[in-house]
Design a protein around this ligand. Structure first.
Ligand code: ARG
Length: 450
């Protein structure tokens, strides 16, 4: 049964690309939220989350690794920055070490933000539920999210909320048997009708209390995790039970260097130094997304083919700007990928990219009308890299130990060597692996230094 659920999830995550976002509607029988009703809600595309500290998002482990992905903090429209929402990135991601992907037990994960965020808490605050006895049976809880508004149907663009009563685990086991563990919490009506659904995963299930002064205190009781179908009779929604993991949530956020009130740690809030003050060279990257920001990822790799910076977007038709500090006299690869294979283009509109380095002296820019990827290779400084050495250890063309750069490439006619240099090995042109030998015949990054 769980494998079915997971495949439903996979289908949901891989087919979200071309759904009709404009279809107005309601999460399974919920209602549109107001722009400031849930200031802690975090929009993540095909998942949701909750801001539990100025720099920590709590969501579901089954959503997967969220590192370097763009987040919409205080989201009200899923992939759009609105008056009350703010843009951040997940800088560090940790899933619950007890999380079990086969039964979705311990479905908890945390993201530490790249930069902390102040949300407006004058009307609503969010607290973690520490008490296993809460919520009591029948108490109304609120699930929120931007997922499907009908089973198998389109996602909503406007944040939805739905009221569902808490169930005891004993009652829930009548429907799901032993798949329900102590770390889970069920909510919904036996007759169905209201529920969370695919795409709501990770989002909060809260108990809302109105205070005497008219403000609200929301208690984070659960994380949208799984269910069979959505809103079906005898199939309540299943949530990760927050109270069972508040210790882990708090400890882990502190270990990530959070400024959360419960960490009472001294957090260094100093802004990072500008690249030039560190003797480094700023690379400016400007990227305008199409309808599907989530499909676009770019990274900068150094000459060791290590990623030094990576970003995946969320916002649609949005102009993003970043600065990456580069070493002087080093060669890099800037690579944009589109997961869907239609570039940064959709419905006649193409986004664009621009990279600018060597302090504005060199610029590459174009519209994003590539298919799966575009790669730009460049060097900072005088353009003469200091790594014109062949890869001696890893490069074995066709897995043959005799086919190293020198032995396989460096013999025969110049034209033959050139052709071999253009072949691909593990996804990269051979001249990336053998810059020295290929440079000798005038190819690749080391050609200019000869
Ligand atoms: N696993 C789903 C997701 O990834 C959430 C399903 C919730 N289902 C439910 N009936 N409440 O979005």
């Amino acid at each position: 049964m769980k494998s079915v659920l997971v495949s439903v999830l996979m289908a949901a995550t891989t087919t979200t690309a071309k759904v009709d976002y404009d279809n107005p509607g309601r999460i399974i029988n919920g209602t549109d939220a107001g722009p400031q009703d849930y200031p802690y809600f975090v929009g993540m595309g095909y998942c949701g989350g909750a801001l539990i500290a100025p720099d920590i998002v709590l969501f579901a482990a089954h959503c997967g690794d969220w590192k370097d992905k763009q987040l919409n903090i205080g989201a009200f429209k899923k992939e759009t920055l609105t008056q009350f929402s703010q843009e951040r990135y997940c800088a560090q991601w940790i899933a619950d070490p007890k999380y079990d992907g086969s039964d979705l037990n311990y479905d908890f994960a945390l993201c530490k933000l790249d930069v902390s965020v102040q949300i407006d808490e004058s009307n609503v605050i969010l607290e973690l539920n520490d008490y296993d006895a809460v919520p009591k049976q029948g108490k109304n809880l609120i699930a929120i999210g931007t997922g499907s508004i009908e089973e198998g149907g389109p996602y909503t663009d406007i944040l939805q909320s739905v009221k569902v009563p808490a169930m005891t685990n004993d009652q829930c086991k009548q429907y799901y048997g032993d798949d329900i563990t102590d770390i889970m919490l069920c909510a919904g009506f036996p007759e169905g009708g209201k529920d969370s659904c695919q795409g709501d995963s990770g989002g909060p299930l809260v108990r809302r209390k109105k205070n005497n002064d008219g403000t609200f205190t929301d208690t984070h009781a659960g994380i949208v995790s799984w269910g069979i179908g959505c809103a079906q009779a005898n199939r309540p929604g299943v949530y990760a039970r927050t109270s069972k993991r508040t210790d882990w949530i708090r400890e882990t956020s502190c270990s990530m260097g959070s400024s959360a009130s419960w960490c009472d740690s001294l957090v260094n809030i100093a802004q990072p130094l500008p690249c030039t003050d560190q003797g480094l060279i700023p690379l400016t990257v400007k990227m305008t997304t199409d309808e599907f920001g989530l499909e676009t990822t770019w990274r900068v790799r150094d000459s060791n083919k290590e990623d030094i910076f990576k970003r995946t977007y969320l916002f649609k038709y949005y102009e993003n700007e970043h600065t990456v500090c580069l070493k002087p006299d080093e060669c890099y690869q800037f690579r944009i990928e589109d997961q869907f294979g239609d570039g940064m283009c959709y419905d006649g509109f193409c986004g664009s990219y621009l990279i600018d380095f060597n302090n504005g002296q060199e610029t590459f820019s174009d519209i994003g009308d590539f298919e799966y990827e575009r790669t730009i290779e460049f060097c900072t400084g005088d353009g003469v890299p200091d790594f014109c050495d062949d890869d001696k250890k890893e490069f074995r063309f066709d897995g043959d130990p005799t086919k190293t750069c020198e032995n396989w490439l460096g013999v025969g006619k110049k034209k033959k060597i050139k052709n071999k240099c253009k072949k691909r090995y593990l996804g990269y042109k051979v001249f990336k692996w053998c810059p020295d030998t290929c440079g000798e015949v005038g190819l690749g990054i080391c050609a200019s230094s000869r």
